[in-house]
Design a protein. Structure first.
Length: 137
């Protein structure tokens, strides 16, 4: 399995390090081979070094990967990184976020088993303004 890793800025490197530790344990347990390729992106690294938030030199690396792990925020250049990944390169139009209660874990509400499908390529991701709806219970 080939994985491109974007550490990101801020807490990104710390989060990525932990995620990769978990990934390596899981890969070992299930007998998977994991090849990690780091991709420099974001304001703290790539913009200063290459003059662009998601350097074109890394597209071939990401296209040849089975997955991309983006570990954290990419600073002020988030739009240039995230939007390029979602719209320009890989058509990542939906973010699937399951949420449920687990036995023994205290929660605000019981019996939650929910899947949120969040659209990732329109609205604020292309910098258009829309109205929002707020509901009260």
């Amino acid at each position: 399995m080939r994985i491109s890793v974007i550490e990101g800025d801020g807490v990104g490197p710390e989060v990525t390090k932990s995620a990769l530790e978990v990934l390596k344990v899981a890969a070992s347990k299930f007998g998977l081979s994991v090849d990690i390729k780091y991709v420099e992106a974001g304001g703290d690294n790539a913009v200063r070094k290459y003059g662009e938030a998601l350097p074109s030199r890394y597209w071939q690396v990401m296209e040849g990967s089975d997955a991309i792990l983006k570990g954290g925020p990419v600073g002020e250049s988030a739009g240039e990184v995230v939007v390029k990944l979602r719209r320009g390169g890989f058509d990542l139009y939906a973010n699937i976020r399951p949420s449920r209660n687990y036995p023994g874990v205290k929660a605000v509400r019981d019996g939650v088993d929910l899947v949120i499908v969040r659209e990732n390529t329109e609205d604020v991701y292309i910098r258009l303004s829309t109205c929002s709806i707020t509901t009260r219970q």
